[in-house]
Write a new protein. Structure first.
Length: 608
């Protein structure tokens, strides 16, 4: 696992970036050290690591990037304030997101100042500044736009029209791509021209949707396209980001923990094991149900209740033959042995329990006892039971005290319910039927995402994962290209990109967008469109990559999808304020409005 070398920022924290109550508080380069500015002039490269670190928290943000969409639920039953659209301007997640984005932007502006705007590090600073404003505009819309390093007491920062932010950052990124000496590609976490093209694709798509389309009916998800110019630019940049890479690598190999930094990665945030200067992250412990005390079960430690469990729609997205099902979800959980430490039972780990899948040979796995097994919705009971007969020796209920999971379980997602199998000490089973809702609330159950599994990790609840986190990768760009081609009227080109992604997954080529027939249940008022196919492919291809909010908000499908698939939203009014304004954006934090002399309550986003 490669990494930017994360310097110990204790010195820089004292010298440069002290904690601020809000992003408008000035940073003094000399604070705490009379040689602070001199140090940065002599060692400007140190700012790169600090800036890089500042943005790493955004790629693990689940509440702001994935909730209030169609793909995730909370296994505890209450999907939270984001999914209920009851977030307000005092919400701490929203406030921290806003402040941290500006903190990262100010670091990037410092990079530009202390390295020079036309230097290689200055170009990297401009990339990160653009990334910060992309996150901000997609969450908050029009925001104050600052392109210089803040080091004075000025507190007048008016909101800047979205069109100005978009075009300014697009021009800046185009300059980086055309004039810089950045590498064409880099798969070890460094900014490259390919990464710049990927961010330009996102900017041009966002500009096209926000500036050149208008909603006709938000419940039906219909819209008019007033101009295709930005969409045509987005398609061109997507092709540059794809860089001629064909989708020949299997989806499983692409996401294997033993194949990081592969040719499909465009830009990723890097983690190095056992380095005090870099925190681990907890993505391998998210996107799952609650499995209990990991030290007692040998399964994933998921915290209290689990996080972002799979919704019914997300599980019914995958049709027979789609290799992404097995490559995305862990379907077999192996049963760890129990040993005693300090008088307490401790479950085996590493080559037992959950991680046995990664760390044991196929021969060993064929004899390991199974704790849980799951099948996708297209498997029949007869097919599942034939397989159970073949693995009967592995599903026997163990004797108490010998294995972590006393009662092994298996389940199939049927069309309207879940069939659950439980086993005795002979491997014989009884089965019961549950609704998906009841099944999802009853303890340890269901598949979980394995994209971020770290086979070398310790058995911990959080911050024990050192997997690199791709921000951009090639198949993502294929699907953004498909969206851009569709919106610019090039339907055949859009379908070609979709088919390339589907073919790699093992699915048949679609002759037209009209050939798409999803397996999940939809209301009678929900009309499947070509855009829905692209969004469904993004859901399958990019599941658990923390981009679903951006996709639904950008494409103006947020209301349509929540009404159709959310268990928290049953009517449009729940997504609106009393005046009927839809909450397409997050609220600008009240603390930031109050601290900014150039903003008032009138600058708050619609809906709040």
């Amino acid at each position: 696992m490669n990494i930017y070398k994360y310097m110990s920022i204790g010195f820089l924290a004292a010298v440069l970036f002290s904690s601020c109550s809000d992003f408008l508080s000035p940073d003094n380069p000399s604070a705490g050290n009379s040689n602070g500015e001199e140090y940065l002039i002599a060692n400007p490269q140190d700012l790169e690591a600090t800036t890089y670190n500042a943005f790493s928290g955004f790629v693990t943000n689940i509440s702001m990037h994935d909730q209030a969409t169609d793909l995730y639920i909370n296994p505890r039953g209450d999907d939270g304030v984001f999914s209920r659209f009851t977030v307000d301007a005092t919400n701490s997640d929203v406030t921290n997101y806003y402040k941290n984005a500006y903190k990262g932007i100010n670091y990037a502006n410092a990079m530009i100042k202390y390295n020079g705007g036309d230097s290689q590090l200055g170009y990297v600073g401009k990339f990160f500044r653009a990334l910060g404003y992309y996150f901000l505009t997609q969450q908050f819309g029009s925001v104050p736009y600052v392109t210089y390093y803040i080091e004075d007491s000025n507190r007048d920062y008016p909101k800047t029209p979205l069109s100005e932010i978009y075009e300014s950052e697009i021009q800046s990124l185009e300059e980086i791509y055309n004039k810089s000496g950045l590498e064409d590609t880099n798969h070890a976490g460094k900014v490259s021209k390919q990464a710049v093209a990927a961010l330009l694709t996102q900017y041009c798509l966002a500009a096209g949707w926000d500036l050149d389309t208008e909603i006709v009916d938000d419940i039906r998800g219909t819209y008019n396209v007033k101009s295709t110019a930005y969409f045509e630019r987005a398609a061109a940049w997507a092709e540059k980001a794809i860089n001629g890479v064909q989708l020949t690598m299997s989806f499983a190999d692409k996401w294997s923990p033993f194949n990081e930094g592969n040719a499909e990665e465009i830009f990723s945030f890097q983690y190095l094991r056992d380095t005090e200067k870099l925190r681990a992250h907890s993505l391998q412990n998210d996107y799952t149900a609650f499995w209990g005390d990991c030290t007692k079960t040998g399964l994933k430690g998921t915290g209290s209740g689990g996080t972002n469990m799979q919704s019914a729609k997300s599980l019914y997205l995958f049709e027979k033959g789609d290799k992404r099902w097995d490559a995305t979800f862990m379907n077999v959980f192996y049963n760890a042995s129990l040993k005693t430490e300090g008088g307490q039972p401790i479950a085996g780990w590493g080559d037992e329990g959950y991680m046995a899948y990664w760390n044991c040979s196929p021969e060993k796995l064929s004899t390991e006892p199974i704790a849980y097994k799951y099948w996708p919705s297209y498997v029949t009971e007869a097919e599942a039971e034939a397989e159970l007969m073949q693995i009967k020796s592995q599903i026997k209920k163990p004797k108490d005290g010998t294995r972590a999971i006393v009662s092994p379980e298996a389940a199939i997602l049927l069309e309207d319910e879940v069939v659950v199998y439980q086993f005795d000490q002979n491997g014989d089973w009884t089965k019961t039927y549950k609704t998906f809702e009841n099944f999802s609330k009853t303890g340890a159950n269901g598949v979980c995402v394995k994209k971020y599994d770290d086979p070398q990790s310790a058995n911990v609840v959080k911050d024990g994962c050192y997997r690199d986190i791709p921000l951009y990768h090639v198949s993502d760009m294929y699907l953004l290209a498909a969206e851009a081609y569709l919106l610019s009227g090039k339907v055949d080109a859009a379908l070609s990109k979709v088919n390339a992604v589907r073919n790699r997954a093992g699915l048949a080529t679609l002759g037209s967008f009209n050939d798409y027939d999803p397996l999940y249940t939809i209301p009678s008022t929900f009309e499947i469109t070509p855009l829905d196919l692209i969004l469904d492919e993004r859901a399958r291809e990019l599941y658990a990559e923390r981009n679903r909010w951006f996709d639904l908000k950008r494409t103006k499908q947020l209301v349509k999808y929540n009404l159709a698939f959310s268990r928290s939203i049953t009517e449009r009014a729940q997504m609106c304020n009393a005046a009927g304004e839809v909450k397409w954006l997050r609220p600008i934090p009240s603390s930031e409005i109050n601290a900014n002399l150039a903003m008032t309550s009138a600058d708050q986003n619609p809906g709040y």
